[in-house]
Design a protein around this ligand. Structure first.
Ligand SMILES: [Zn+2]
Ligand SMILES: [Zn+2]
Length: 356
């Protein structure tokens, strides 16, 4: 008889249940981890709603969840040879590249040319291969990193989005002293502020609203309430008329992206992590972007930034835990999701505990 575990299983669009599924078997270069914390990501409600048919997931059922931390319980001997041990405290990311294609060899395994080809070893946990809304999570050693004893499991589960924020900030080519506009004050924006500050940004401005904007201010960013103020005008005012040299675009709205275009300094960069709604075909002032030599950087996930993010979070002593506003046992996932999606009770990162 195979062992079973509790998990959230998605059986179709908007149709999920808290149920029992088999505990996965460990394969070559893999570890089986007891999941201690798993955070709800902004992508999860879209996956659950069936917004990416035939892609995330390719087929049902799926166990979603990809922002997780936990402890290694079982491991393959090849994983052992690579230095992993039982009881190691780890956190994970979703992408597992094939490891052999030219994109993987360049280190850009988030753009693996064999995306979706499980035979060649590609995985994307919680997107089309099993994820972390479960008591146990099977992961390739390519997609985990150790977390220090001083880091909580909740903070560890935030290292996936934090390493995405870091990738976005690095891709903005931020130089010491550069002015930065963080567009959006959700979790990704707040983490972007932390990354920009720790990488030596000068003036950091944030455009957002509500309680999240207040949190952004406590992190040392100058707040602009986009609902009440003219964002580009205010950014120019705060940057001596120049505009922000680096923009971290986390708003994901047409208006937000247009405001980013209107707020960027000559020779600057707009580094984008958010996906605009629908097909994403929006109007931007391309002529102005060309003439001002604006770099547009798209960012997908977190290639090679997980360990960097952990080190940065540790050395800068950011209070990552303070971004975690809610904690639920996995059995209360429906409620957790409702609070997260509705941004209820000033929620930011909502954490589930599969083994609570
Ligand atoms: Zn995520
Ligand atoms: Zn590849």
């Amino acid at each position: 008889m195979t062992e079973t575990m509790r998990a959230i299983q998605l059986n179709g669009p908007n149709d999920f249940e808290y149920t029992r599924v088999p505990v996965p078997e460990v394969g070559p270069f893999e570890v089986l981890c007891r999941v201690e914390s798993v955070a709800i990501c902004g992508t999860d409600p879209h996956i659950i709603a069936g917004d990416y048919p035939g892609f995330w997931p390719k087929e049902f059922p799926l166990i979603p969840g990809h922002e997780w931390s936990g402890v290694i319980e079982k491991l393959d001997e090849k994983a052992y040879e690579f230095g992993w041990r039982e009881k190691d405290r780890v956190c994970g990311i979703s992408h597992v590249g094939c490891g052999y294609c030219s994109m993987c060899l360049e280190g850009r395994y988030n753009l693996c040319l064999n995306f979706g080809n499980e035979k060649l070893g590609h995985r994307q946990h919680g997107h089309y291969t099993p994820g972390a809304y479960a008591q146990y999570m099977l992961s390739s050693i390519k997609s985990i990193a150790k977390i220090p004893d001083t880091m909580s499991f909740n903070a560890g589960a935030c290292m996936d989005p934090f390493s995405i924020a870091l990738h976005m900030t690095m891709r903005s080519k931020l130089q010491p002293g550069d002015s930065v506009l963080v567009n959006g004050s959700g979790a990704q924006g707040l983490m972007g502020i932390m990354c920009a500050k720790s990488m030596g940004a000068g003036t950091v401005i944030v455009s957002g609203s509500g309680n999240r904007l207040k949190v952004a201010e406590t992190l040392g960013a100058i707040p602009i309430d986009y609902r009440k103020e003219d964002v580009p005008a205010r950014v120019r005012e705060l940057t001596g008329g120049l505009g922000a040299k680096r923009i971290l675009e986390c708003s994901g709205t047409e208006r937000g992206i247009q405001q980013a275009c209107a707020s960027v300094a000559k020779g600057g960069c707009i580094s984008m992590v958010s996906l605009p709604p629908g097909d994403g075909n929006i109007t931007i002032p391309l002529k102005q972007l060309v003439l001002n030599e604006i770099d547009l950087a798209g960012n997908r996930a977190n290639p090679n930034t997980l360990e960097k993010a952990i080190a940065l979070a540790e050395s800068n002593r950011f209070d990552i835990d303070s971004l975690v506003t809610h904690e639920f046992p996995l059995s209360e996932y429906r409620r957790a999701l409702d609070i997260f999606v509705g941004r209820k009770e000033h929620s930011l990162k909502v954490m589930c505990k599969p083994n609570m």
